[in-house]
Design a protein around this ligand. Sequence first.
Ligand code: NAD
Length: 245
Amino acid sequence: MKDLQLAAAQIGKARHLVAFTGAGISAESGIPTFRGKGGIWDQYDPIILDIDYFKQHADKAWPLIKDMFYNVIDKAQPNPAHRVLAHWEQSGLLRTIITQNIDNLHQKAGNKHVIEFHGNTRDLVCLNCHKTTPVSQADMSQNPVTCPHCGGLLKPDFVFFGEPIPAAAYQKSLKQSLDADVYLIIGTTGIIMPASLLPYEAQKNGATIIEINVSPSNYTDSISDIFLQGKASDILKQLDHLILS
Ligand code: NAD
Protein backbone atom coordinates (compact mmCIF):
# COMPACT_ATOMS: atom_id res chain seq x y z
CA MET A 1 0.00 0.00 0.00
CA LYS A 2 2.87 2.35 0.84
CA ASP A 3 4.42 1.76 -2.59
CA LEU A 4 1.07 2.31 -4.28
CA GLN A 5 0.67 5.62 -2.48
CA LEU A 6 4.22 6.65 -3.34
CA ALA A 7 3.63 5.76 -6.99
CA ALA A 8 0.30 7.60 -7.09
CA ALA A 9 1.99 10.70 -5.62
CA GLN A 10 4.76 10.58 -8.26
CA ILE A 11 2.29 10.06 -11.11
CA GLY A 12 -0.05 12.76 -9.81
CA LYS A 13 2.68 15.40 -9.85
CA ALA A 14 4.42 14.26 -13.06
CA ARG A 15 5.16 16.94 -15.66
CA HIS A 16 5.91 14.44 -18.41
CA LEU A 17 4.47 11.00 -17.75
CA VAL A 18 5.25 8.29 -20.31
CA ALA A 19 3.94 4.71 -20.26
CA PHE A 20 5.97 1.91 -21.85
CA THR A 21 3.77 -1.14 -22.37
CA GLY A 22 4.29 -4.78 -23.32
CA ALA A 23 2.23 -7.88 -23.95
CA GLY A 24 1.28 -8.16 -20.23
CA ILE A 25 -1.11 -5.21 -20.39
CA SER A 26 -3.19 -7.05 -22.99
CA ALA A 27 -3.13 -10.45 -21.27
CA GLU A 28 -6.39 -9.63 -19.47
CA SER A 29 -7.97 -8.89 -22.86
CA GLY A 30 -7.37 -12.53 -23.76
CA ILE A 31 -4.26 -12.02 -25.93
CA PRO A 32 -1.53 -14.43 -24.84
CA THR A 33 1.92 -13.03 -24.05
CA PHE A 34 4.98 -14.44 -25.83
CA ARG A 35 6.69 -15.77 -22.71
CA GLY A 36 5.42 -17.31 -19.50
CA LYS A 37 2.92 -20.06 -18.80
CA GLY A 38 0.35 -20.40 -21.59
CA GLY A 39 2.40 -17.97 -23.67
CA ILE A 40 2.55 -18.02 -27.46
CA TRP A 41 6.00 -19.66 -27.47
CA ASP A 42 4.55 -22.66 -25.58
CA GLN A 43 2.48 -23.41 -28.69
CA TYR A 44 4.38 -22.00 -31.66
CA ASP A 45 7.95 -21.95 -32.92
CA PRO A 46 9.33 -18.36 -32.92
CA ILE A 47 10.87 -19.07 -36.36
CA ILE A 48 7.44 -18.24 -37.85
CA LEU A 49 8.17 -14.58 -37.12
CA ASP A 50 11.67 -14.63 -38.57
CA ILE A 51 11.73 -12.50 -41.72
CA ASP A 52 13.93 -14.86 -43.75
CA TYR A 53 11.80 -17.88 -42.83
CA PHE A 54 8.64 -15.93 -43.71
CA LYS A 55 9.97 -14.97 -47.14
CA GLN A 56 10.87 -18.59 -47.93
CA HIS A 57 7.92 -20.37 -46.28
CA ALA A 58 5.05 -17.87 -46.35
CA ASP A 59 2.54 -20.65 -47.03
CA LYS A 60 3.53 -22.35 -43.76
CA ALA A 61 3.88 -19.15 -41.73
CA TRP A 62 0.67 -17.35 -42.74
CA PRO A 63 -1.89 -19.85 -41.29
CA LEU A 64 -0.01 -19.87 -37.97
CA ILE A 65 0.25 -16.06 -37.91
CA LYS A 66 -3.51 -15.85 -38.48
CA ASP A 67 -4.07 -18.26 -35.56
CA MET A 68 -1.59 -16.50 -33.26
CA PHE A 69 -2.66 -12.94 -33.87
CA TYR A 70 -5.50 -12.17 -36.28
CA ASN A 71 -8.08 -14.63 -34.96
CA VAL A 72 -7.40 -13.42 -31.40
CA ILE A 73 -6.71 -9.69 -31.74
CA ASP A 74 -9.78 -9.05 -33.94
CA LYS A 75 -12.06 -10.12 -31.08
CA ALA A 76 -10.10 -8.55 -28.20
CA GLN A 77 -11.38 -5.50 -26.35
CA PRO A 78 -9.49 -3.05 -24.10
CA ASN A 79 -9.42 -4.01 -20.43
CA PRO A 80 -9.50 -1.65 -17.41
CA ALA A 81 -5.72 -1.12 -17.62
CA HIS A 82 -6.01 0.29 -21.16
CA ARG A 83 -9.00 2.37 -20.08
CA VAL A 84 -7.18 3.97 -17.12
CA LEU A 85 -4.34 5.04 -19.46
CA ALA A 86 -6.90 6.51 -21.90
CA HIS A 87 -8.51 8.42 -19.04
CA TRP A 88 -5.10 9.72 -17.92
CA GLU A 89 -4.34 11.00 -21.43
CA GLN A 90 -7.75 12.67 -21.69
CA SER A 91 -7.26 14.38 -18.31
CA GLY A 92 -3.82 15.68 -19.36
CA LEU A 93 -1.84 13.44 -17.00
CA LEU A 94 -0.28 11.08 -19.55
CA ARG A 95 1.71 12.44 -22.51
CA THR A 96 2.46 9.34 -24.55
CA ILE A 97 2.34 5.58 -24.64
CA ILE A 98 5.25 3.74 -26.22
CA THR A 99 3.93 0.26 -26.89
CA GLN A 100 5.64 -2.89 -28.05
CA ASN A 101 2.18 -4.33 -28.68
CA ILE A 102 0.68 -4.72 -32.10
CA ASP A 103 -2.93 -5.16 -30.99
CA ASN A 104 -4.38 -1.63 -31.36
CA LEU A 105 -5.99 -1.85 -27.90
CA HIS A 106 -4.58 1.45 -26.60
CA GLN A 107 -6.18 3.24 -29.57
CA LYS A 108 -9.42 1.26 -29.13
CA ALA A 109 -9.50 2.44 -25.50
CA GLY A 110 -9.21 6.07 -26.69
CA ASN A 111 -5.50 6.97 -26.51
CA LYS A 112 -4.38 9.25 -29.34
CA HIS A 113 -0.68 9.58 -28.50
CA VAL A 114 0.54 6.05 -29.08
CA ILE A 115 3.92 5.18 -30.58
CA GLU A 116 3.84 1.67 -32.02
CA PHE A 117 7.46 0.59 -31.64
CA HIS A 118 6.91 -2.74 -33.37
CA GLY A 119 4.26 -1.68 -35.89
CA ASN A 120 0.73 -3.14 -35.87
CA THR A 121 -1.57 -5.85 -37.15
CA ARG A 122 -4.01 -3.41 -38.83
CA ASP A 123 -2.06 -3.17 -42.06
CA LEU A 124 -0.24 -5.50 -44.42
CA VAL A 125 2.75 -4.48 -46.50
CA CYS A 126 3.71 -5.89 -49.88
CA LEU A 127 7.24 -7.26 -50.07
CA ASN A 128 7.22 -6.60 -53.83
CA CYS A 129 5.64 -3.17 -54.49
CA HIS A 130 5.86 -1.96 -50.84
CA LYS A 131 2.25 -0.65 -50.88
CA THR A 132 0.30 -0.94 -47.64
CA THR A 133 -3.12 -2.62 -47.57
CA PRO A 134 -5.45 -2.50 -44.53
CA VAL A 135 -6.39 -5.99 -43.35
CA SER A 136 -10.03 -5.06 -43.91
CA GLN A 137 -9.30 -4.71 -47.67
CA ALA A 138 -7.19 -7.86 -48.09
CA ASP A 139 -8.45 -11.32 -48.94
CA MET A 140 -7.39 -13.00 -45.69
CA SER A 141 -8.75 -16.38 -46.88
CA GLN A 142 -5.80 -16.66 -49.27
CA ASN A 143 -2.69 -18.63 -48.40
CA PRO A 144 -0.31 -16.93 -48.53
CA VAL A 145 -2.07 -13.55 -48.50
CA THR A 146 -1.19 -11.56 -51.63
CA CYS A 147 -1.17 -7.92 -52.65
CA PRO A 148 -4.35 -6.62 -54.39
CA HIS A 149 -2.14 -4.20 -56.38
CA CYS A 150 0.62 -6.45 -57.78
CA GLY A 151 0.01 -10.02 -56.54
CA GLY A 152 3.22 -9.94 -54.45
CA LEU A 153 3.52 -11.47 -50.99
CA LEU A 154 1.85 -9.51 -48.17
CA LYS A 155 3.46 -9.45 -44.73
CA PRO A 156 1.85 -8.13 -41.53
CA ASP A 157 3.08 -4.57 -40.96
CA PHE A 158 4.67 -5.42 -37.62
CA VAL A 159 8.35 -5.94 -37.00
CA PHE A 160 9.55 -9.51 -37.54
CA PHE A 161 12.72 -10.92 -36.00
CA GLY A 162 15.58 -9.73 -38.20
CA GLU A 163 13.84 -6.52 -39.31
CA PRO A 164 14.78 -2.98 -38.25
CA ILE A 165 12.56 -0.80 -36.06
CA PRO A 166 10.68 1.84 -38.11
CA ALA A 167 12.93 4.92 -37.90
CA ALA A 168 10.20 7.43 -37.01
CA ALA A 169 8.88 5.25 -34.17
CA TYR A 170 12.41 4.77 -32.85
CA GLN A 171 13.25 8.49 -32.85
CA LYS A 172 9.94 9.52 -31.26
CA SER A 173 10.24 6.82 -28.58
CA LEU A 174 13.77 7.88 -27.71
CA LYS A 175 12.74 11.53 -27.44
CA GLN A 176 9.75 10.72 -25.21
CA SER A 177 11.94 8.50 -23.03
CA LEU A 178 14.50 11.28 -22.60
CA ASP A 179 11.81 13.91 -21.89
CA ALA A 180 9.98 11.83 -19.26
CA ASP A 181 10.19 12.71 -15.58
CA VAL A 182 8.03 9.74 -14.58
CA TYR A 183 8.20 6.51 -16.61
CA LEU A 184 5.68 3.75 -16.13
CA ILE A 185 6.73 0.28 -17.33
CA ILE A 186 3.77 -2.08 -17.66
CA GLY A 187 3.74 -5.81 -18.42
CA THR A 188 7.02 -6.36 -20.20
CA THR A 189 9.94 -8.69 -19.59
CA GLY A 190 12.52 -6.16 -20.87
CA ILE A 191 14.10 -8.80 -23.09
CA ILE A 192 13.31 -7.65 -26.63
CA MET A 193 16.03 -5.36 -27.96
CA PRO A 194 16.20 -2.51 -28.79
CA ALA A 195 12.80 -1.65 -27.23
CA SER A 196 14.04 -2.91 -23.88
CA LEU A 197 16.74 -0.19 -23.79
CA LEU A 198 14.28 2.73 -23.73
CA PRO A 199 13.54 2.64 -19.97
CA TYR A 200 17.30 2.74 -19.27
CA GLU A 201 17.54 5.97 -21.32
CA ALA A 202 14.70 7.47 -19.26
CA GLN A 203 16.34 6.42 -16.00
CA LYS A 204 19.78 7.79 -17.03
CA ASN A 205 18.08 11.09 -17.78
CA GLY A 206 16.61 11.30 -14.28
CA ALA A 207 13.09 9.84 -14.66
CA THR A 208 11.47 8.03 -11.75
CA ILE A 209 10.79 4.47 -12.90
CA ILE A 210 7.57 2.82 -11.72
CA GLU A 211 7.02 -0.75 -12.83
CA ILE A 212 3.85 -2.88 -12.88
CA ASN A 213 4.14 -6.60 -13.54
CA VAL A 214 2.80 -9.88 -12.15
CA SER A 215 6.42 -11.10 -11.85
CA PRO A 216 9.79 -9.40 -11.53
CA SER A 217 11.36 -8.47 -14.88
CA ASN A 218 14.82 -7.43 -16.10
CA TYR A 219 14.04 -3.92 -14.82
CA THR A 220 12.88 -4.78 -11.31
CA ASP A 221 16.25 -5.06 -9.60
CA SER A 222 18.13 -2.80 -11.99
CA ILE A 223 16.25 0.47 -12.56
CA SER A 224 12.76 0.29 -11.06
CA ASP A 225 12.37 2.79 -8.22
CA ILE A 226 8.98 1.37 -7.34
CA PHE A 227 7.85 -2.15 -8.29
CA LEU A 228 4.11 -2.78 -8.02
CA GLN A 229 3.51 -6.50 -8.26
CA GLY A 230 0.12 -7.53 -9.62
CA LYS A 231 -2.13 -7.51 -12.66
CA ALA A 232 -1.98 -4.34 -14.71
CA SER A 233 -5.72 -3.70 -14.45
CA ASP A 234 -5.82 -4.13 -10.63
CA ILE A 235 -2.82 -1.89 -10.03
CA LEU A 236 -3.83 0.82 -12.50
CA LYS A 237 -7.38 0.96 -11.10
CA GLN A 238 -5.95 1.38 -7.58
CA LEU A 239 -3.52 4.08 -8.73
CA ASP A 240 -6.33 5.90 -10.53
CA HIS A 241 -8.45 5.80 -7.40
CA LEU A 242 -5.59 7.15 -5.23
CA ILE A 243 -4.78 9.93 -7.72
CA LEU A 244 -8.42 11.03 -7.86
CA SER A 245 -8.90 10.98 -4.07
P1 NAD B 1 6.43 -11.03 -23.09
O1 NAD B 1 5.39 -11.89 -23.70
O2 NAD B 1 7.84 -11.38 -23.30
O3 NAD B 1 6.20 -10.90 -21.50
C1 NAD B 1 4.99 -10.50 -20.96
C2 NAD B 1 5.22 -9.81 -19.64
O4 NAD B 1 3.94 -9.44 -19.12
C3 NAD B 1 5.89 -10.68 -18.57
O5 NAD B 1 6.87 -9.90 -17.89
C4 NAD B 1 4.73 -11.06 -17.64
O6 NAD B 1 5.16 -11.26 -16.30
C5 NAD B 1 3.85 -9.83 -17.75
N1 NAD B 1 2.42 -10.04 -17.48
C6 NAD B 1 1.65 -11.10 -17.83
N2 NAD B 1 0.37 -10.88 -17.47
C7 NAD B 1 0.32 -9.65 -16.88
C8 NAD B 1 -0.70 -8.86 -16.32
N3 NAD B 1 -1.99 -9.28 -16.28
N4 NAD B 1 -0.38 -7.65 -15.81
C9 NAD B 1 0.92 -7.21 -15.82
N5 NAD B 1 1.93 -7.92 -16.34
C10 NAD B 1 1.65 -9.12 -16.88
O7 NAD B 1 6.09 -9.58 -23.60
P2 NAD B 1 7.01 -8.38 -23.91
O8 NAD B 1 8.12 -8.25 -22.94
O9 NAD B 1 6.09 -7.22 -24.11
O10 NAD B 1 7.62 -8.85 -25.33
C11 NAD B 1 7.55 -8.03 -26.28
C12 NAD B 1 7.08 -8.62 -27.59
O11 NAD B 1 5.88 -9.37 -27.54
C13 NAD B 1 6.79 -7.45 -28.43
O12 NAD B 1 7.61 -7.49 -29.51
C14 NAD B 1 5.33 -7.55 -28.85
O13 NAD B 1 5.18 -7.17 -30.20
C15 NAD B 1 5.05 -9.00 -28.67
N6 NAD B 1 3.68 -9.39 -28.35
C16 NAD B 1 2.64 -8.51 -28.44
C17 NAD B 1 1.37 -8.92 -28.11
C18 NAD B 1 0.24 -7.94 -28.23
O14 NAD B 1 0.27 -7.07 -29.11
N7 NAD B 1 -0.75 -8.01 -27.34
C19 NAD B 1 1.15 -10.22 -27.66
C20 NAD B 1 2.25 -11.10 -27.58
C21 NAD B 1 3.50 -10.67 -27.93
